[in-house]
Ligand binder design. Structure first.
Ligand SMILES: Nc1ncnc2c1ncn2[C@@H]1O[C@H](COP(=O)(O)OP(=O)(O)OP(=O)(O)O)[C@@H](O)[C@H]1O
Length: 542
């Protein structure tokens, strides 16, 4: 079905491009009516002194201009619709490690194709014909147009060179300012209370002042190039008339050809100049079109009997080794507890399995499917409770429902009642829910998201930080249920409270595996003081 829609979009876009080409040809032929009119008035009407011919010619010109306006309007509408269609066909934004792509590119593409400059630049393919006409009038006319184009291109090239660095710095700063504003908006109620409000305002003001200087510099560069180009165009137009007059004095050109030459020159420079103006945006849009690939949406089939297999997992963000050569296997229906002190690498390991942290070395397979080292996201269904709950945009129901229904997951995590008491229940925007729900309730919300759709892999990072008896009972029930339905579960914790529910234990120390195996074996082989110290002072409380 999606494939048929895609084909229909391609066919209709193809038809629209063909219509654009036909209308473009018609518009350019019709645009020759004005120079032709002047040529005939000077060379035929004036010598013959015929007012009837003049009136008939004027009527024909008016008709041609009306038709051309209608044709141009159709071209603008078709072009804008191609832009909208391309934007709709673009994949949803792919978000990887703080970078958001695709929507800005899709918006840029639509904005570009809807601009009057793009419409004028569309005539660029007909430039050789206009140039030929100028060379036919007189070779010097042709060369004047060519040298004008070279000078216009040189002005724009100088602008791009001068603006490249400031524009890049401005882009980085704008993104930083936007992210600061978003962070400040989230933390707004606490900024004054923690004494950060004035520091935040000062920081914003400092960035904004640099932004303002950057914009000023860019606008100076842009204005200089635009005014230079406009001046050059005006001069070239007059130069064409002067050249025509000089040629007419020497008897090499007629009076009408002088004006026709000047008009043809402006027709050749117009599309060229507009094409130069939109060139940087067109390059960015082209890069976007080449890069955008549909995000994987399908759930990978789980190979029966397979679990999680990790061999030599190594993670070195910025060259610093935080996970070193970790290997383990978790079968279906098994729960592995990752135990270690603060900073030993538990969260890093959970993130690496979840695909939220790229592997630098090692092999990881989930349900028989290898996860690529780039942290690629095509994989079996996976429930992940991060150490700090982070939610994407949407309503409570939308952020919970990952692979399955929101309501049953909320019930399994024991948070259904709290959600129903929110102003709009499951339809409450998550930003409102975050202001209302307690820290513990938000963790349960994140647990509900992890449990949604009964995932084949369940990764829980520090699911029991507070030791609240009710929350712990919910967690124990969820773990038992996951185990019974054959899920592979990995739980990271600083304490051994969950040990009685676990089949395997992996003890981490400074990013390395201190011990791994069935719980009973590890506890027997490892001297008690070792796993106690690895798990922190409360280890052994179970
Ligand atoms: N992206 C990163 N870049 C550099 N270092 C990192 C990165 N992520 C984690 N680390 C470092 O790796 C080490 C392990 O971090 P991790 O969050 O996995 O610890 P943890 O065992 O989960 O600790 P805790 O129990 O306190 O949550 C820490 O020293 C941390 O600073």
């Amino acid at each position: 079905m999606a494939g048929r829609d895609h084909n229909r979009t391609e066919v209709s876009t193809g038809g629209a491009i063909a219509a654009l080409a036909v209308f473009g040809l018609a518009s350019n032929i019709l645009s020759l009516s004005a120079p032709l009119f002047i040529l005939v008035v000077y060379d035929v009407v004036l010598p013959a002194g015929s007012t009837e011919t003049l009136a008939a010619l004027l009527l024909m010109l008016a008709f041609a201009q009306i038709v051309q306006s209608l044709v141009d309007l159709s071209r603008a509408r078709i072009l804008a619709r191609i832009g909208a269609r391309l934007r709709q066909a673009a994949p949803a934004p792919a978000v990887f490690h703080g970078r958001t792509d695709s929507t800005p590119g899709a918006g840029l593409l639509q904005g570009l194709l809807s601009s009057p400059a793009a419409l004028q630049a569309l005539d660029l393919p007909l430039l050789p014909i206009v140039l030929c006409a100028l060379f036919l009038l007189h070779p010097l006319m042709g060369w004047l147009a060519v040298s004008g184009m070279v000078l216009l291109a040189a002005i724009r090239a100088a602008e791009w060179r001068l603006a490249a660095d400031p524009a890049q710095r401005l882009e980085v700063l704008s993104a930083q300012s936007a992210s600061d504003m978003a962070r400040a908006a989230t933390a707004a109620p606490f900024l004054a209370a923690t004494g950060q409000a004035s520091a935040t305002a000062l920081r914003w003001k400092a960035i904004d002042s640099v932004l303002s200087h950057g914009h000023l510099r860019l606008s100076d560069i842009g204005a200089m190039s635009t005014i230079l180009a406009r001046g050059l165009r005006g001069f070239l137009q007059s130069a064409a008339v002067a050249l025509g007059a000089w040629l007419a004095i020497r008897g090499q050109l007629s009076g009408g050809a002088i004006v026709a030459g000047s008009l043809l020159l402006s027709r050749s420079l117009g599309p060229f100049e507009q094409a130069l103006a939109i060139w940087p945006s067109a390059c960015r849009a082209w890069r976007f079109l080449r890069q955008s690939a549909p995000a994987p949406t399908t759930r990978r089939p789980w190979q029966a009997g397979a679990g999680i297999e990790a061999q030599g997992l190594t993670v070195r963000p910025n060259g610093l080794c935080i996970l070193d050569d970790i290997s383990f296997t978790v079968g279906p229906g098994q729960v592995m507890l990752v135990l270690g002190r603060s900073g030993s690498g538990k969260s890093a390991l959970i993130r690496a399995i979840a695909g939220a942290m790229p592997l630098d070395q090692g092999r990881l397979t989930l349900g028989g499917a290898a996860i690529s080292s780039s942290g690629a996201f095509a994989r079996p269904s996976l429930g992940y409770l991060p150490e700090r709950p982070v939610f994407g945009p949407g309503s409570v129901a939308e952020v919970i429902a990952g692979w399955g229904a929101a309501r049953s997951a909320a019930r399994a995590a024991g948070i259904e009642g709290a959600i129903l008491s929110l102003p709009q229940g499951f339809d409450t925007p998550i930003s409102t829910a975050e202001d209302i729900l307690s820290g513990g309730q938000l963790r349960l919300l994140a647990l509900a998201r992890a449990l949604s759709g009964n995932p084949e892999v369940l990764l829980l990072d520090d699911p029991d930080p507070g030791g609240d008896a009710e929350a712990r009972a919910v967690l124990f029930a969820a773990l038992r249920a996951a185990r019974e339905r054959g899920a592979c579960v990995v739980v990271a914790a600083r304490q051994s409270t969950l040990l009685p529910l676990c089949d395997l234990v992996l003890i981490l120390e400074g990013g390395r595996a201190r011990a791994f195996g069935p719980v009973a074996e590890v506890l027997r082989d490892l001297p008690r003081h070792h796993w106690q110290s690895a798990a922190g002072p409360k280890a052994g409380a179970a």
